[in-house]
Design a protein around this ligand. Structure first.
Ligand code: ZN
Ligand code: ZN
Length: 182
């Protein structure tokens, strides 16, 4: 992360942002952070001191009221539902390969293929605030489901579908860890 041009996150849940909230060099990553005010507001509770370092809070937040180009080949689009600060990140690499990072809108590709959401009880046990399902997540799953059919070349990346992600690594479509762009 310390060498990245920009650091984006799909959403503000602890397993996706603790590397920012507890980064050993906040001043080093602060200029690279491209996170929204909603995402940043949730980060403080995960910081070791209970509040974010000033280097991070002093940075202007990413203003993302609608889909926007973040960098060449990179577009972020707000997609609240799983969490208030959820967004999807579309990446088209120089070789033309296209990826859509969906964070936790679905935990597995099966959720998208079969249009299944997480167990309802889980929603209230582990998400605070709970997911907005009827209005948002179900519609997003449906859109992703349809997108898979109309654009099979697009690689959808759910953050937690480990067997699927490892298969993409084995195929050479992804690499594990942070990889320096040539
Ligand atoms: Zn999440
Ligand atoms: Zn997660």
């Amino acid at each position: 992360m310390g060498r990245a041009e920009q650091i984006l996150v799909t959403h503000e849940h602890i397993d996706h942002v603790i590397g920012i909230a507890r980064h050993p060099d906040p001043a080093g990553i602060a200029p690279r952070l491209a996170i929204t005010a909603t995402q940043r507001a949730a980060l403080g509770q995960f910081a070791l001191e209970g509040a974010l370092p000033e280097a991070i809070t002093a940075r202007p937040a990413l203003d993302l009221p609608a889909a926007a180009r973040i960098a060449p080949g990179v577009v972020a689009a707000p997609m609240s539902g799983h969490s208030p600060g959820s967004q999807v990140i579309f990446v088209q690499r120089a070789d033309g390969a296209e990826f859509l990072f969906i964070g936790d809108i679905a935990w597995t590709m099966r959720n998208i293929e079969e249009l299944t959401t997480r167990p309802l009880a889980l929603n209230y046990m582990i998400f605070d605030p709970p997911e907005v399902r009827d209005r948002d997540v179900r519609a997003q799953l449906r859109a992703l489901h349809d997108l898979m059919e109309t654009d099979p070349a697009l690689t959808i990346i759910p953050a937690h579908d480990r067997p699927y992600l490892l298969a993409l690594v084995a195929e050479g479509r992804l690499a594990e860890g942070f990889v320096q762009h040539p």
